[in-house]
Design a binder for this molecule. Structure first.
Ligand code: 6PG
Length: 252
């Protein structure tokens, strides 16, 4: 396997506020272009703590009034298998930071429904929803096998995971399904996880990694400069989208 040096854009920011503002500006520009070209903007959100500041930024003007929310369709790149009102829920975090403050139609918010009786039933239902919507949107890869999101936001874990694609997980090899359940990880919160797969992530028009903290910088450096080593060690190294890849980094 040839490991080309990752062709990605790397941007450093002095703090998480500056990073969030810059990403919000990029999202607004992409959203406006997507709505102009395809009458919609599809955005898959990341969980964890880093993106919260971005979501709070999008919940305030100018973005709260400038973003084309009626034509924006929100999804989650991954979720914890906990109730929607659980403190570990990525949906709850986004609801508090963003959804409560913007005029987005409820039908445009596509949460991963963790009320269902098992992780497997949850991912099957989410994949059915995605297939229905992206068929209607007409945003599928040429072979019609994967959805093409306009933007997918990702984080990076201290073990090099992204979304809920953890090291040594069988999910790393999934090349057919759009969404899978992954076993309880070794990192908190230790609950079953639900995640988009790499074929879906890599079909996206734009992928942004939002990474804060000096402790993650060594992993980022290996991913960017030693892709052969990174590929087998860190799941995030397997993100290589058809579109653009932007690493947004806060070193402190
Ligand atoms: C999740 C996220 C996960 C996260 C990383 C980084 O559900 O936890 O999707 O992939 O992005 O673990 O998390 P922090 O931003 O909290 O460091």
């Amino acid at each position: 396997m040839i490991f080309p040096e990752m062709s990605s854009d790397v941007q450093y920011f002095p703090n998480i506020q500056a990073m969030s503002q810059a990403v919000a500006d990029r999202l607004l520009a992409i959203a406006e272009a997507s709505v102009k070209r395809r009458s919609k903007f599809t955005l898959a959100l990341s969980g964890g703590s880093t993106p919260r500041t971005l979501y709070e930024c999008l919940a305030r003007d100018p973005y709260a009034s400038a973003m084309p929310w009626p034509h924006t369709h929100l999804f989650w790149g991954d979720e914890r298998y906990v109730p929607a009102d659980h403190p570990d829920s990525n949906f709850l975090m986004v609801s508090q930071a963003l959804l409560a403050h913007i005029p987005i139609p409820a039908l445009n918010v596509n949460r991963i429904n963790t009320d269902l009786s098992s992780p497997e039933e949850t991912v099957a239902a989410y994949e059915r929803d995605l297939r229905r919507l992206f068929d209607i949107f007409g945003s599928l890869t040429p072979q019609n096998d994967f959805p093409v999101f306009d933007v997918i936001l990702l984080g990076l874990g201290k073990d090099g995971h992204t979304a809920s694609l953890f090291p040594n997980s069988p999910a790393l090899q999934e090349m057919r399904r759009w969404v899978v359940a992954t076993p309880v990880p070794e990192l908190e919160p230790r609950v079953p996880r639900l995640t988009l797969t790499f074929p879906v992530i890599n079909a996206a028009r734009h992928v942004f990694f939002l990474v804060a903290g000096a402790d993650k910088q060594p992993i980022v450096n290996i991913i960017l400069h030693d892709p052969a080593t990174a590929w087998s060690r860190y799941p995030a190294a397997r993100v290589s989208p058809a579109g653009t890849l932007t690493w947004c980094l806060v070193k402190t």
